[in-house]
Design a protein around this ligand. Structure first.
Ligand code: PMP
Length: 432
């Protein structure tokens, strides 16, 4: 395999003809393959089916403190649920708030509370300010960016490096601009890069001076137990570091069991300082009498303890690791030494992030769609859907079967090659 950058115009044209012929063959197959959203596969969902009939006796209807789980009550969750998530997030149960079925919902509501009521009883609601801005390490999770859009929060792109966001940029911006009120972080196996923040990045986020004293880190630890290897990444505990730095109210942590048990029917959770929680619970009491305790008990009876959770996550890994391996080996064999694309090899999470040559991502996604392969929209991984270099493509390998995935990645690689050759030909013409 050769570096395509070394080919002359004639060689490129010849290669393009050949690739386009292959592409037409796929087009005529009327395929319908999808690598767009990070959904668990049916086999993964099957791992939790026991939860459906786990509540079998009268005793199962009572929580540890005697609460009848069928009735109203328990605004912040059952004590055993708080303990379970406290162990996962390495915080105190007093810092935990159990939510409904979605952590994204909790993130949205946390931003909304800050907009309408401020982050604590003393601070000014953000909606009263002329401008509110968030830092958005990118590529990132599109739905975080949508939350900002719906509240008219201006998004500032911060580059993602191999160990987390560009902290020189983050520190500079937050120290100078009082209207910057937050940052979105997916600190472990990030969506889409699969990067885990280094200890240094965590320390700097916890310690940095912010011009806004109501600045908050939205720490979306969605993939905290979603390892793909035997040597999982280790993420430093930001809550501990924030406390050490005297910034104990700075971080809101979020997670859920959406990709542990049932996506859309799991348990959402957030953790933050007791001080922050007091404010949140007061406002939450106007919104709900309490979250679904039956689902909490179902989960707790199913997992019982953290050890079982780890075993369960290994079963997920056994199902999805071959899919990641397939995509990575295809990328390597089809694009490897052609010098037209780069990608990350994640140790966990749900995605593989592919960077094409600049200006090719949109074209690749459109071409793939026309050959029957749906990918996450190009640009979706950046604020306002605008990838400044038009090069990032998020691959979600978990849902399709291995055989579907194989075909889908073949087509993706073909489209990347066609778009790259066209780009190189364009450059070639300009040079002449
Ligand atoms: N955060 C991240 C980083 C995600 O990738 C996802 C799901 N794609 C979510 C949150 C959504 O979580 P939930 O189902 O708990 O709302």
């Amino acid at each position: 395999m050769t570096d395509l950058n070394g080919l002359n115009a004639n060689q490129l044209k010849e290669l393009l003809d050949d690739l386009q012929q292959k592409y037409s063959t796929y087009q005529s197959q009327n395929l319908n393959l999808n690598m767009a959203r990070g959904k668990p596969s049916p086999e993964q969902l099957d791992l939790s089916n026991k939860m459906f009939d786990i509540l079998t006796s009268e005793d199962d209807l009572k929580a540890e403190d005697g609460t009848d789980i069928r009735n109203y009550g328990g605004l912040d969750g059952l004590p055993e649920a708080k303990q379970f998530f406290a162990d996962i997030l390495e915080v105190s149960p007093n810092e935990v708030l159990i939510g409904g079925n979605s952590s994204l919902n909790m993130m949205h509501d946390t931003v909304m509370r800050a907009m309408f009521h401020g982050v604590n009883a003393e601070s000014e609601p953000w909606s009263k300010l002329p401008k509110v801005k968030f830092l958005c390490p990118s590529p990132g999770y599109d739905r975080h960016f949508s939350v900002c859009e719906v509240f008219n929060i201006e998004m500032i792109v911060v580059d993602m490096k191999n160990n987390g966001p560009d902290m020189d940029m983050v520190e500079k911006l937050v120290s100078e601009d009082e209207s910057i009120k937050g940052i979105w972080c997916v600190p472990k196996y990030s969506n889409p890069d699969g990067i885990t923040y280094s200890d240094e990045v965590v320390d700097r986020l916890a310690k940095m001076n912010t011009k806004a004293d109501d600045f908050r880190i939205f720490w979306d630890d969605a993939y905290t137990v979603h390892h793909l290897t035997e040597n999982p990444d280790v993420l430093k505990n930001i809550m501990v570091e924030c406390k050490k730095a005297g910034n104990e109210n700075r971080v809101y942590m979020f997670s859920s069991t959406s990709k542990i048990t049932f996506a859309g029917s799991g348990i959402g959770v957030m953790a933050t300082s007791e001080n922050n929680l007091k404010h949140i619970k007061k406002l939450l009491s106007f919104q709900t009498i309490g979250p679904d305790k039956i689902n909490q008990i179902r989960h707790l009876k199913f997992f019982k303890n953290h050890e079982n959770l780890k075993k369960h996550m290994k079963k997920h890994a056994d199902i999805i690791r071959p899919k990641f391996d397939l995509v990575l080996s295809k990328l390597d064999s089809e694009l490897g030494s052609k010098n037209i694309a780069e990608w990350h090899n994640p140790n966990g999470g749900y995605f593989i992030s592919l960077n094409t040559l600049d200006g090719c991502a949109k074209k690749v996604v459109t071409m793939a769609k026309e050959a029957g392969v749906t990918l996450t929209g190009a640009g979706a991984t950046f604020p306002y859907g605008k990838d400044p270099r038009d090069r990032n493509i998020r691959i979600a390998p978990t849902f399709p079967s291995l055989s579907e995935l194989e075909k889908a990645v073949d087509i993706l690689c073909l489209c990347v090659q066609i778009a790259s050759v066209e780009k190189l030909l364009e450059a070639n013409t300009v040079e002449q």
